[in-house]
Write a protein that binds this ligand. Structure first.
Ligand SMILES: *Cc1c(COP(=O)(O)O)cnc(C)c1O
Length: 367
């Protein structure tokens, strides 16, 4: 989708807040712990290239979800290590080799497929993924990992790391977390040899299970300044949300009582009412269920009335404001705050999804 910079709707990204958040996590961990910044999905909507450039000196490497995201970073001149967390089909690995991109190997079937396709793994850097209970990708037994280690050694690939991923690190109950941890440890104990880098920590694990960090962390949401548990667990230290979303009033009118607003004419004014229009809609990731939520205008909370359209929303204003008046959809406006977490609660989802859905149509502006 083409970005629309000639429209007042814009995402501001505070890169210093991201630097601050990484520093906050790093200060809480053993100094030798390596830091991988997770910048998949366009850095959770913040802009992968700008974020990666800003923090490259602060981290040991980056994680992305697929090869194209890795190539985008290499093309932008990012030099540090990049690990693709998802599974790549074997025929794509030449590009990974060419651009020095590290891959995740998650099954013996994959190694077998690569063998049958005659694919040369020489010099390929890999991390092995262990499925300790997430049930998505990864080896489930030490025996399978040992076979993979032997095959990869034989094919002259470089096994740099081994990792797992927790399903419940953001929850109050530790039970399933401990089950996964003990399975991962059992597998590590059963290995013929253990790769140098061992990592299990996403944001939630780094925040609330610090004793479980092996020797590297993969930090996603926390670097963008949000709480991975939503509002369930308290943050152990301060974080600064890096993203705000703003627009402007492009139309303001006074409707008399009984007038309709929006598709379906589902909203009717019950008295004289000031209605403002803001150029953002579900095509920007401002989904239809935002009807009934609010935006901030001049420090006032203004309800979104009528249906959310593809490109516009309508809000009820306490008075007539001039065209061009600033509207805050995520962030702070005269002491009042709307967080991505509050939006997620309204939608019955998680703050991750709120950020990732903000579409490329909204330009990103960097402070
Ligand atoms: C996305 C992802 C992360 C980062 O998760 P956060 O909760 O954002 O910190 C870490 N590891 C893996 C395997 C992931 O897919």
């Amino acid at each position: 989708m083409i970005s629309s910079p000639h429209r007042p709707t814009v995402i501001h990204v505070d890169l210093e807040a991201i630097t601050y958040n990484i520093h906050q996590v790093q200060s809480s961990l053993n100094k030798k712990t390596k830091t991988f910044a997770v910048v998949k999905a366009n850095a959770y909507g913040h802009g992968a290239v700008a974020v990666s450039r800003a923090i490259e000196s602060q981290v040991d490497g980056f994680c992305v979800s697929n090869l194209d995201e890795a190539l985008e970073l290499r093309e932008a001149g990012i030099k540090k290590s990049i690990l693709v967390l998802g599974v790549l089909m074997p025929e794509e690995i030449n590009l990974a080799l060419e651009h020095d991109i590290c891959l995740t190997i998650a099954s013996l079937e994959w190694l077998d497929l690569a063998e049958r396709k005659g694919i040369d793994l020489t010099g390929l850097s890999v991390h092995l993924k262990v499925d300790s209970g997430m049930g998505r990708i990864g080896f489930r037994t030490a025996n399978d990992v040992n076979q993979a280690l032997a095959i990869l050694e034989d094919k002259a690939a470089l096994v740099e790391g081994i990792f797992t991923h927790f399903a419940t690190a953001d929850e109050a109950s530790k039970e399933y977390f401990d089950t996964q941890l003990s399975r991962f440890k059992t597998i590590l104990t059963g290995l013929d040899w253990v790769p140098e880098m061992i990592h299990a920590s996403n944001s939630a694990t780094s925040l609330w299970h610090k004793d479980t960090v092996f020797n590297a962390v993969r930090l996603g949401l926390v670097i963008y300044g949000l709480n991975p548990s939503g509002t369930i667990l308290e943050l152990p230290y301060d974080l600064k949300p890096a993203l705000s979303l703003e627009s402007e009033l492009v139309h303001v009118k006074v409707l008399s009582e009984g007038e309709a607003v929006g598709y379906g004419a589902s909203y009717r004014t019950t008295e004289e009412e000031v209605i403002g229009t803001i150029p953002i809609g579900y095509a920007d990731g401002w989904t239809r269920d935002m009807q009934g939520f609010c935006v901030l205008v001049d420090g006032e909370s203004c309800p979104i009335v009528g249906r959310v359209s593809m490109d516009q929303i309508t809000v009820s204003l306490p008075k007539v404001y001039p065209l061009g008046t600033k509207v805050t959809l995520i962030g702070t406006n005269k002491e009042k705050v709307i967080s991505a977490t509050a939006i997620a609660e309204k939608r019955g989802t998680i703050n991750y999804e709120v950020l990732c859905l903000l579409s490329d149509r909204i330009p990103r502006d960097y402070l």
